[in-house]
Ligand binder design. Structure first.
Ligand SMILES: C[S@@+](CC[C@H](N)C(=O)[O-])C[C@H]1O[C@@H](n2cnc3c(N)ncnc32)[C@H](O)[C@@H]1O
Length: 273
């Protein structure tokens, strides 16, 4: 595995995903399944192979298996994410027929010729330290006529600020991290005018419906997610056409983040051979 960044300069996603999984039940899993179907509506999952790059908690690998994929390969740079995904998939293995394999791997490392019908990487490639290379490497795993499904942070005028904030967060003691989380949640409440308990509760429920995710897990992930890069839809389009892909679908303005920060979602199809 290539060590693209020392562990001191990376956010440790693993602990966050491990604590998220303790809150995961059928409801969250069903939401992750629905979101995947919504993102790739005309795709028949049955008997397909899927790769989940940067699997995190493993909930989306599980969604692929529940949708009937024959094989799901999952990898993550963080060993705790690997362990968490393995545990989650094993726990729900009675709910699907396909097989799975989870391993520790860096998306920037060499692909030894593996190919999949669908490659999924949600909110990962901008945390590798080399977004351009990570996107090209992910594309290498896509088989002929296969799909690359990914989400990336949108480029905004605030990106420089967030990059510094994330670096400082990763190098701060726990007390400062807790303070930063409270300040972010406070700013979020003001920005989205969630001033009553009922409005806030409704927001949390709505947030949860997005992909079965949890607001508090995502706050830590957002504040700490370093390395951090971002990209505009135009830059994605140019890069993807350059490497022989055409756009099937994209959602580029649909975020609940602060100051326009959030992920754009893309589905691209390999059209070269
Ligand atoms: C924001 S989380 C997203 C997790 C999951 N894809 C999801 O949507 O819930 C980013 C994940 O990417 C992983 N990651 C970061 N750099 C990576 C790399 N170079 N290779 C593989 N995984 C990486 C992190 O460990 C983390 O689990």
């Amino acid at each position: 595995m290539s060590a693209n960044n020392s562990s001191k300069n990376r956010f440790e996603f693993g602990e966050n995903w491990r604590s998220f999984v303790s809150k995961v039940g059928d409801e969250q899993i069903n939401l992750a399944v629905s979101k995947l179907q919504e993102l790739i509506p005309n795709f028949s999952f049955a008997n397909k192979s899927a790769l989940d790059i940067g699997c995190g908690s493993g909930i989306h690998s599980l969604a692929f298996l529940k949708l009937g994929c024959r094989h799901v390969e999952s990898f993550d740079y963080d060993p705790i994410c690997v362990q968490t995904t393995q545990t989650l998939l094993s726990l729900y293995s009675k709910d699907f027929h396909g097989d799975f394999h989870v391993r520790r791997f860096d998306v920037l490392a060499e692909n030894k010729g593996e190919k999949f019908d669908v490659v999924y990487s949600w909110g990962v490639l901008h945390h590798t330290g080399n977004l351009d290379l990570a996107l090209r490497k992910s594309a290498e795993y896509v088989d002929k006529d296969g799909l690359l499904v990914f989400a990336l942070y949108r480029k905004t005028v605030f990106c420089r600020f967030w990059k510094i904030e994330k670096y400082l967060y990763c190098h701060s003691p726990k007390s400062i991290k807790l303070l930063a989380q409270s300040m972010y949640i406070g700013a979020f409440i003001v920005r989205h005018k969630l001033f009553s308990i009922s409005k806030y509760k409704r927001f949390l429920a709505q947030y949860h419906e997005q992909r079965g995710m949890d607001f508090y897990t995502d706050v830590k992930d957002w504040l700490g997610g370093y390395p951090y890069e971002s990209i505009s839809p135009m830059e994605v389009s140019e890069l993807m056409h350059d490497i022989g892909f055409e756009e099937v679908f994209s959602v580029t303005e649909n975020s609940l983040g602060l100051f326009g920060s959030g992920c754009d979602e893309y589905v691209y199809k390999r059209i070269d051979s």
